[in-house]
Design a protein around this ligand. Structure first.
Ligand SMILES: [Zn+2]
Ligand SMILES: [Zn+2]
Length: 202
């Protein structure tokens, strides 16, 4: 589910992407894998043609059990950047790690999605810090985890203070949201089934 302050738009990174229609402040929860996001189990994926499975895989991400989730309501169109505006590592939602200006494209780091296999892709995100070749192994690099942790801490602090248009859904479906609102730190979160990628949670 995607926060309603975002919309599909043409992108300089991919053909299409997601942009903020208004200023969305640091700490806003931008999207989360809700129960309405379409999912395909391992056996359901085996029944799909290779082309369909590959297309779905390009929009979604694999879960711990090998099933595939495609984020709903437009969140599947969010592009990768090596300097993303949104991070999800260790969380069951994506959170803005800086203010996202009206008209600015929303990006995540694809290497911060968990997968059962090592994947890599050539990157043309245009960020000055572009890694050129990104891999799911990037998320096992201690320096990368440190960098994400430093970005997430102020975002989580701000999360408790800013308006959260998705708040009523998150209160119901996000364990991380409930724990953080109750005062837990990133390292105290438990990695439930919906955490996009374990990182800091125990
Ligand atoms: Zn959804
Ligand atoms: Zn890049």
């Amino acid at each position: 589910m995607l926060d309603g302050r975002f919309e599909w738009a043409c992108s300089e990174i991919g053909t299409f992407g997601v942009r903020a229609a208004e200023l969305v402040p640091l700490g806003s929860i931008v999207w989360f894998p809700c129960p309405k996001c379409p999912r395909w189990t391992v056996s359901e994926r085996q029944d799909l043609s290779t082309g369909v499975d590959s297309r779905l895989d390009s929009w979604g991400y694999p879960l711990f059990d090998g099933s595939l989730l495609v984020p709903c309501s437009g969140a599947q169109m969010i592009n990768h950047s090596c300097d993303p505006t949104v991070l999800n590592v260790g969380l069951d939602f994506g959170i803005a790690v800086r203010d996202i200006e009206a008209g600015q494209e929303v990006t995540v780091d694809y290497s911060a999605f968990d997968t059962n296999e090592t994947r890599s892709m050539h990157c043309s995100c245009r960020a000055s810090a572009c890694r050129i070749e990104i891999s799911t192994l990037d998320a096992t690099n201690p320096a990368m985890l440190r960098k994400w942790s430093e970005q997430l801490k102020p975002a989580v602090d701000a999360m408790r203070k800013v308006d959260q248009p998705l708040g009523s859904y998150l209160s119901r479906w996000s364990q991380c949201f409930r724990d953080l609102r109750a005062g837990s730190s990133l390292s105290e979160l438990s990695c439930g089934d919906s955490v996009v990628r374990p990182g800091f949670c125990s």
